[in-house]
Design a protein around this ligand. Structure first.
Ligand code: GAP
Length: 504
């Protein structure tokens, strides 16, 4: 059974992934706060994206630009004129909708064939009693909707103490433009040769008419964008370089999401129709994900041609060109833009990782995160919290491993329950310290210095010398090869799921 959005929202709040913003004041559905585990997961997504697409590539560099930019940036980019959505309002309840989304909503209907009884009818369907189709407001079922009006999605603000037109600027609606505006700075300072890319991850703001579906569409969100500049006169494998690189980036981005756990059957590519293309795009392909709300855009990969550099050159009067040594001429590079949303990626990873299963007659909720994405890598759990030696050893292990990855210590329940808690937040490995590890001084028995590692997915357990923990986890977090650990240390046992301390 695919996970529902309600299940994810509830798990996120209960286990500290995502909270509704300003909840104590009634909250707002259009912005969300990332809790202690959410922030770790989000940082892991950004870190892996940066590592795989920037740090490990010789043709990529990074940027961290400010959110507030010169207002002319947004005139040149076309956002002031064209970054709009059509909106309609209900005359009765004042609810506001995106005109192109109205028919995709369930609609409220007071049916004349059933003495005006109220029904909520699925999106796009007719009333089963009277056959009517929606004409009024889908929310209240009573009011007429206004004709569509264009609504600019940029948040306006004022720079400085005077709130007049001269001080007007915007919160950036995408991170992309800073990379175009800084094209020459980056090119000159880093002495780059085409093709090369500039990457940036950061906050963007859009005054969406109908935000919603949890963190899928919000007014404040984070993007991870790359502007990859290519020489339009070059060819690769007999094809224009921009077109070849566009396909290459589509394949690389798909591979990236698969690598970190999104299942093949939940991913698809969607080519934009000509009429749907943004004003700057020569071609755009979306990577769609089967979210709990249905197939929707996870990221877009556009071929923006030379539109942006030419626009900024025209409006700023500064040359934004590249000197092509081979042809001895200045050219304006074309740009391929892989643009992903951090929050949407997080939602997709969360939805894909969520699984419910039955283990020995009990329900187990487990987030099967890729180990590198998991918010907590290792949980250290003392089997008996009243045994000082066990607790001290467990704290010592936590402290030593914490220098390398996120590790938690927990002794607030019996072991079976502690395992379930860690499964529910996707912790790939638990370490338990028991009497066998430390020995029993009263009986004059010394410990074997071994601790138990428990694997989240198989629930198998293996005893490993304490001193081997760091290299073992380094290996596991890199390649997740639990089989290699089992082969090396042997003696595998199954997680009984219940505690010797009497877990109910
Ligand atoms: N520079 C191109 C650009 O911004 P976009 O398709 O508008 O393209 C890129 O945005 C990605 O940013 C989307 O695929 C989505 O993942 C994310 N995104 C856009 N608007 C969003 C919103 N309101 N809430 C959450 N994520 C959003």
């Amino acid at each position: 059974m695919p996970v529902t959005m309600d299940t994810l929202v509830s798990l996120s709040k209960r286990r500290g992934f995502v909270f509704q913003s300003s909840e104590i004041y009634g909250g707002t559905g259009s912005v969300w706060d990332y809790g202690p585990l959410g922030v770790e997961l989000k940082q892991n997504i950004k870190r892996l994206w940066w590592r795989d697409f920037v740090q490990s590539r010789a043709d990529m560099v990074g940027l961290d630009a400010s959110i507030l930019m010169h207002p002319m940036v947004w005139t040149a980019s076309g956002h002031v004129d064209k970054f709009t959505d059509p909106m309609v309002d209900c005359h009765e309840c004042r609810h506001r909708f995106r005109a192109d989304h109205v028919d995709a909503r369930p609609w409220t209907h007071y049916c004349p064939a059933t003495k005006g009884n109220k029904f909520v009818i699925p999106a796009g369907e007719a009333c089963g009693h009277c056959g009517a189709r929606r004409t009024l407001c889908p929310e209240c079922g009573k009011g007429e909707l206004t004709a569509p009006r264009q609504f600019n999605l940029m948040f306006k603000t004022f720079m400085g103490p005077v709130e007049d037109e001269a001080a007007l600027t915007y919160l950036r609606p995408e991170t992309a433009q800073a990379m175009f505006v800084n094209f020459d700075n980056v090119l000159q300072s880093m002495r780059l040769k085409l093709p090369f890319g500039i990457a940036q991850a950061g906050r963007s703001f859009r005054n969406e008419i109908t935000p919603g579906n949890f963190i899928f569409r919000t007014r404040e969100f984070e993007q991870m964008e790359i502007e990859y500049f290519v020489n339009p006169h070059d060819t690769v494998e007999g094809r224009p370089a921009d077109e070849w690189w566009h396909d290459r980036w589509i394949a690389d981005c798909m591979a990236w999401f698969r690598r970190y756990g999104l299942r093949e059957e939940n991913l698809r590519l969607r080519e934009h129709e000509k009429a749907e293309l943004a004003h700057y795009a020569k071609r755009t392909v979306d990577i769609d994900y089967l979210f709990p709300i249905g197939w929707s855009e996870l990221m877009g990969i556009a071929n923006r041609s030379d539109y942006d550099l030419k626009q900024h050159s025209k409006f700023s009067g500064k040359s934004l060109t590249y000197f092509d040594e081979e042809r001895k001429e200045h050219i304006v590079p074309f740009v391929v833009e892989p643009a992903a949303g951090v929050d949407r990626a997080l939602l997709a990873f969360l939805a894909d990782a969520y699984q419910e299963e039955e283990v020995r007659g009990e329900k187990r909720v487990v987030l099967r995160f890729h180990p590198e994405l998991a918010p907590v890598k290792v949980a250290v759990l003392p089997l008996l919290k009243k045994r000082e030696e066990i607790v001290r050893t467990a704290h010592g292990i936590r402290a030593a491993l914490s220098r390398h990855f996120r590790v938690v210590y927990d002794d607030t329940a019996a072991i079976g329950r502690l395992y379930r808690r860690q499964d529910e937040v996707g912790t790939p490995y638990c370490v338990t310290v028991d009497v066998q590890t430390v020995g029993d001084r009263d009986k004059g028995e010394s410990g074997d210095g071994r601790v138990t590692i428990r694997d989240r997915d198989s629930m198998q357990q293996v005893r490993v010398p304490e001193g081997e923990l760091l290299p073992v986890f380094r290996g596991l977090l890199e390649d997740g090869d639990w089989g290699a650990v089992v082969a090396r240390f042997g003696g595998v046992t199954a997680d009984a799921g219940r505690s010797r301390e009497g877990d109910p």
